[in-house]
Structures are given as structure tokens and as C-alpha cells.
Design a protein around this ligand. Structure first.
Ligand SMILES: CCC/C=C/C(=O)SCCNC(=O)CCNC(=O)[C@H](O)C(C)(C)COP(=O)([O-])OP(=O)([O-])OC[C@H]1O[C@@H](n2cnc3c(N)ncnc32)[C@H](O)[C@@H]1OP(=O)([O-])[O-]
Ligand SMILES: NC(=O)C1=CN([C@@H]2O[C@H](COP(=O)(O)OP(=O)(O)OC[C@H]3O[C@@H](n4cnc5c(N)ncnc54)[C@H](OP(=O)(O)O)[C@@H]3O)[C@@H](O)[C@H]2O)C=CC1
Length: 261
């Protein structure tokens, strides 16, 4: 993103969960271009290694860890490894997420829990493992959580996702208060619908639905990964130094459509 100063994140380590695909991939490439040491972590090695290679081919620095954000022991092991290997983390982006479409009456308890575990518990575990070290070291840091607008106005056919993202919003504000004293900032970005590998496979499979959703967005299009990059980089940078506990909707006005029409 050339609106940001070259080298803006030089000397900083940026950890992005789910950095191998979609929004996480776009974030990883952007932070890499801005000079950060990029650390990406998710379950599948293939997408992660592709992103690491792309960043390195472009002259940046990156490394990867495989982990499931639901696995507390592995989260702790990976964060400990990052502290040993690259000296810690300056920015954590909790981007890893899961979703699928199902009417609430048909959703199994396990399906509901699965999405809560990935999105909300995973965000908690990652934040705790990193935040605990920041507090111990008296070190400043910035967390950006990737929430969604469905946290705010209900989430038909995605009860699990909406509930998890609402939980993330609340957790964002709680951690902002608990950890503000040592200069740790915690914010969230709430994208509207975004076309990505993961969402195209699970949510945006029906062209008529995509058209209907798009028609309801005042700015006339889905949110893009690039839109998300702009706000996350801003929040993680000095320009966002006095923002904490903020929940920034990034949706072209999508969440307001019922008020407008
Ligand atoms: C506006 C939008 C805002 C947000 C957008 C996004 O987040 S886009 C991001 C999009 N990107 C992603 O989502 C990427 C990551 N997503 C994933 O890895 C998977 O989609 C995951 C979330 C299911 C987790 O996988 P996993 O291997 O850990 O889980 P598992 O396979 O073992 O299933 C657990 C339970 O869920 C059940 N279940 C699953 N699918 C369906 C369905 N379609 N229908 C009904 N149920 C379904 C499954 O049957 C099982 O329950 P059961 O039968 O035991 O009672
Ligand atoms: N697309 C959309 O419409 C919207 C998306 N969002 C949010 O944006 C974020 C990124 O989604 P998007 O890019 O669209 O989707 P993708 O499916 O492309 O990306 C999700 C990433 O999360 C990783 N991931 C999933 N589960 C786990 C897990 N248990 N542990 C570690 N990593 C995991 C996946 O990698 P792997 O499978 O290798 O683990 C994948 O790289 C999510 O939090 C999503 O909820 C918010 C609003 C709208």
C-alpha cells in the first residue's frame, strides 16, 4: 500500500494468524512490503509456505509456524518459539477464522462450538500468550482483531459466527482496559462481506445471493482484503497510537442498510 511510508514497520515483528490465505495473506504481504518481519501461523503448511516465499521473493522477511489456534499448548509453544527465534512480537493480528452457513435449528452443537472455539477462544488464547509476555516485559504492543459486522446486527444463517464476533468485540474492549496501563492497545476491525478463498467456498457460493448482498451495500461492492489492509496497518502504526478498544466497521455502509432503505 503506497499511501504508507516505506519502511514503516522496519524492526517490528508482526504475527498474523491465518496468514496463508484471504485477508491474512493480503495483510502478510502488505506488512512484508512495509519492512516488518512477518510471522504467519495456521493449520496448513502449503498456503503458509507460499506466502513466506512470496514475501522473501519481494525482498522481505517472513517465517511460519503450523498451529491450530484452539490448541492451548501449541499456541503457547509457538509463541515461546517466536520469542526465542525473532525476539518477540510487536503487532498481533488475530485473523484466523471459521464459518459456514446453516440455519440455527439445523446447526449441531459441535458445529456451533467449533466456530466459537476458532474465532473467540482462539483469539483469547493467542492474545493471552502474547499479552502475558508484553505485560511481563513492560513492553508496548498492538493487537488487531478481525471481527465482522455480523457481530452487531444479528447473523442469520451464521449464528455461531455472529456470536463469536460479538464476543471478540467485547474481548477487544476488556483487554484494552486491562492492558492499557502498559501501553498495549487492542482494537478490532469489522469487515462486511469479503470475497476470499475461504468465504467463496463456504458462503458466497450462490450468484443470486452475492448480487443481493452487493445491492444492499451503499458503496456498491463487497469489502476487499485491500480495504482491510489499510485499516489494520493504520491501527498498528503510530497513527493509531491513541486508539484502543475501538471497533471499526469497514463495510461501505452495509450494516446501515436497514436504516437507509
Ligand atoms: C458476513 C460474514 C462474516 C464472516 C465471514 C467468515 O468468517 S468467512 C471465513 C471462511 N473461512 C473458513 O471458514 C476457513 C476455516 N474453516 C474450516 O476449517 C471449517 O469450515 C470449519 C469452520 C467447519 C472447521 O473445520 P474443522 O475441521 O475444525 O471442523 P469439522 O469439519 O470437524 O466440523 C465441525 C462441526 O461443524 C459441522 N459443519 C461443518 N461444516 C458444516 C456445514 N457446512 N453445515 C453444517 N454443519 C457443518 C460439522 O458437521 C461438525 O459438526 P458434527 O457433525 O460433528 O456435529
Ligand atoms: N470473508 C468474509 O466475508 C469475512 C471474513 N471475516 C473474517 O476475516 C478473517 C479471515 O477470513 P477470510 O480471509 O475470509 O477466510 P479464509 O478462509 O481465506 O482465511 C481464514 C484463515 O484462517 C485459518 N484458520 C482457520 N481455522 C484455523 C485454526 N483453527 N487455527 C489456525 N488457523 C486457522 C485458515 O488457514 P488453515 O485452514 O490453514 O488453518 C485460513 O488461512 C476471519 O476471521 C473471518 O471471520 C470477517 C468479515 C467478513
Amino acid at each position: 500500500m503506497n499511501v504508507f511510508q516505506a519502511g514503516l514497520f522496519e524492526g517490528k515483528v508482526v504475527l498474523i494468524t491465518g496468514g496463508g490465505t484471504g485477508i491474512g495473506r493480503a495483510l502478510a504481504l502488505a506488512f512484508g512490503e512495509l519492512g516488518a518481519m512477518v510471522v504467519i501461523a495456521a493449520r496448513r503448511e502449503g498456503p503458509l509456505s507460499g506466502v513466506v516465499k512470496t514475501i522473501e521473493d519481494r525482498g522481505g522477511r517472513a517465517c511460519m509456524y503450523t498451529l491450530d489456534v484452539r490448541d492451548e499448548a501449541r499456541v503457547e509453544e509457538v509463541v515461546r518459539g517466536i520469542w526465542q527465534d525473532v525476539g518477540g512480537v510487536d503487532v498481533l493480528v488475530n485473523n484466523a477464522g471459521g464459518n459456514f452457513m446453516s440455519p440455527a435449528v439445523a446447526m449441531s452443537a459441535h458445529g456451533f462450538r467449533t466456530v466459537l472455539d476458532i474465532n473467540l477462544v482462539g483469539t483469547f488464547l493467542m492474545s493471552q500468550a502474547v499479552g502475558r509476555r508484553w505485560l511481563d516485559e513492560g513492553r508496548e504492543g498492538s493487537i488487531v482483531n478481525i471481527s465482522a459486522t455480523n457481530a452487531e446486527y444479528g447473523s442469520p444463517l451464521m449464528a455461531h459466527s455472529g456470536a463469536s464476533k460479538a464476543g471478540i468485540n467485547n474481548l477487544t474492549q476488556t483487554l484494552a482496559v486491562e492492558w492499557g496501563g502498559t501501553g498495549v492497545r487492542v482494537n478490532a476491525v469489522l469487515p462486511g462481506p469479503v470475497r476470499t478463498e475461504g468465504s467463496d467456498e463456504r458462503l458466497w457460493t450462490d450468484a443470486a445471493l452475492v448480487e443481493r448482498v452487493e445491492e444492499g451495500i451503499p458503496l456498491g461492492r463487497f469489502t476487499t482484503p485491500r480495504d482491510v489492509v489499510g485499516v489494520v496497518v493504520f491501527l498498528a502504526s503510530e497513527a493509531g497510537a491513541f486508539l484502543t478498544g475501538s471497533l471499526i466497521a469497514l463495510d461501505g455502509g452495509e450494516r446501515l442498510r436497514s436504516l437507509i432503505f
